[in-house]
Design a protein around this ligand. Structure first.
Ligand code: HEC
Length: 155
């Protein structure tokens, strides 16, 4: 019985070492200041602080890659979230969105923040600094609504 257990642990360890070979793409594409969202919408300092603290790791090109993003299989999951996150919404490449898309993204931000879907709960568990208080959520969603209306010309 003990022998089998030792073998299983050994096999798991070898597999763990082997999967380390597959390293995910952990890049931070260059940031063009002119394309960052702050250059295209009005972003008060307090809103900017919330976005940087709670959203930037997955929705910008300025991801802070944590140490465990070096260790497979966690590294694959982290890289997948960042890739998906950037695809859906990238504050660093906001300037590439047409006006209609910006308005849509602002509405989506309001929705995600109000329902509590974002920042991803599993992320917040290991990043307590990204926890949003009710006041943070209200601030962010009000900002998104206001900016959306301003862009739509219905101020
Ligand atoms: C741990 C990574 C992570 C963090 C942190 C994070 N997001 Fe996301 N976000 C994702 C991923 C992955 C998706 C795409 C899949 C999905 O919708 O769940 C996404 C999707 C979105 C979408 C698009 C939804 C749609 O309908 O396409 C919005 C808007 C969004 N996030 C807003 C935010 C905001 C605002 C914050 C900060 C308050 C934030 N996210 C924090 C990973 C993250």
């Amino acid at each position: 019985m003990k022998k089998i257990l030792v073998r299983i642990v050994g096999i798991v360890f070898i597999l763990f070492v082997l999967i380390q070979v597959k390293r995910p793409d952990r890049t931070n594409p260059p940031v063009d200041v002119a394309a960052v969202y702050t250059a295209h919408v009005n972003v008060p300092e307090d809103v900017k602080a919330i976005v940087t603290r709670a959203c930037y790791d997955c929705h910008s090109n300025e991801t802070k890659w944590p140490w465990y993003s070096n260790v497979a299989p966690v590294s694959w999951l982290v890289a997948m979230d960042v890739e998906e996150g950037r695809k859906h919404l990238n504050f660093s490449e906001w300037g590439s969105y047409k006006k209609g898309r910006m308005i849509k993204k602002l509405a989506e931000i309001e929705g995600e923040v109000t329902t509590g879907a974002m920042p991803m709960p599993k992320y917040v568990t290991i990043h307590p600094e990204a926890v949003l208080t009710d006041a943070d959520r209200e601030r962010l969603s009000k900002w998104a609504i206001d900016e959306g209306e301003r862009l739509s010309g219905r101020e």
